[in-house]
Design a protein around this ligand. Structure first.
Ligand SMILES: Cc1cc2nc3c(=O)[nH]c(=O)nc-3n(C[C@H](O)[C@H](O)[C@H](O)COP(=O)(O)O)c2cc1C
Length: 311
């Protein structure tokens, strides 16, 4: 059973990956997407989105960080995948789930779910461009407006040679509305032979158990729940292994918030660090009542210098 840390643009970056993978439970992470258009990107773009490339493609804790690419031209996706691997990426993930209008207007992300042949062509090209021992995966939603092509899309990605598929159990039209449709993962599972990684609405150990039962998926990917409960993967892993575990406390989380701020001090403006701390507190509010109190206390503060004392 593997738990993957989801890509979340502007939220789960290398700093957050470092903090969460030190706590533990994660098998691997996926970077925020790198947008591919009509050129071979310079190394600095890959390093900006995944500074882990300078550490053998791993977080400080040694957890692999797969590079995610978003684009629609098979040749360019292939060339950039090759480059990412040359730079040390331990795997390539292809984004077929982004619902952003801007991205979809360029016929990328979830817009590609309307035609399984497009998915097949892109995955085939990327698979051929990298060595066989490098895993190639795709991250899909259940469809664009509806679920009609959910199974066909997964089969197309499988036949193109993907090693596994992560399925965010919603259509593009569903946005992020709950509940995620885990029952569709079971249908996809029944019609494919490669591993399907379940994603969407896994926000507690109980959710994990229910998702596993409904979907039949052994592996899961966690996004917002990982930011809301920093030790969620550890909780799930320990439950699965029958090991006793005491969840981290609010005091521990305050230290993590400080750690995040301090890690940014050398190269990020104080006010931007402050915004980042507030952003994390908004996610933490879902599960910790203390986060609401803490948020209210620092709300009017503009920078991290002031917040550090309050935290
Ligand atoms: C703010 C935000 C940014 C995201 N960025 C990405 C991204 O760069 N690539 C991607 O494949 N999915 C992205 N996602 C989708 C998540 O990876 C995940 O599929 C989705 O949030 C559902 O899982 P969850 O319920 O565990 O959060 C993003 C989601 C959010 C909320």
């Amino acid at each position: 059973m593997n738990i993957m840390l989801a890509p979340m643009e502007g939220v789960i970056d290398s700093r957050m990956r470092d903090i969460l993978t030190v706590i533990g439970g994660y098998h691997s992470c996926v970077s925020e997407f790198i947008r591919i258009t009509d050129q071979l990107l310079p190394a600095k773009v890959f390093h900006r989105l995944s500074p882990e490339l300078s550490n053998g493609g791993m977080t400080q804790a040694g957890t692999p960080v797969v590079i995610q690419l978003l684009g629609n031209t098979p040749e360019m996706m292939a060339a950039n995948a090759h480059k990412a691997v040359e730079l040390g990426a331990p795997g390539i993930d292809i984004n077929f789930g982004c619902p952003s209008r801007l991205v979809n207007r360029k016929k990328c992300g979830a817009a590609l779910l309307k035609n399984p042949v497009d998915l097949h062509d892109i995955v085939t090209a990327v698979r051929r461009a990298v060595a066989p021992h490098i895993p190639v995966s795709a991250k899909l939603r259940l469809g664009d407006k509806n679920t009609d092509l959910a199974v066909d899309n997964a089969v197309a990605v499988q036949e193109a040679g993907a090693d596994f598929i992560t399925v965010h159990a919603r259509t593009r039209a569903d946005g992020y509305r709950s509940p995620a449709r885990w029952e569709w993962l079971a249908r996809i599972n029944e019609n494919t032979r490669i591993p399907i990684v379940a994603n969407g609405d896994i926000n507690s150990v109980e959710d994990y158990l229910r998702c596993r039962q409904i979907s039949g998926c052994d592996d899961v990917m966690i996004g917002r729940g990982a930011v809301s409960i920093p030790d969620l993967a550890k909780q799930i892993k320990c439950q699965q292994q029958g090991m006793a575990y005491t969840p981290i406390t609010w005091d521990d989380i305050c230290l993590l918030l400080c750690q995040m701020g301090i890690s940014m001090e050398a190269d990020v403006q104080d006010k931007h660090i402050g915004m980042r701390i507030k952003q994390w507190l908004v996610y933490l509010k879902r599960d910790y009542i203390e986060a609401q109190y803490c948020f209210n206390r620092i709300r009017k503060m503009t920078g991290f210098a002031e917040m550090k004392i309050a935290l």
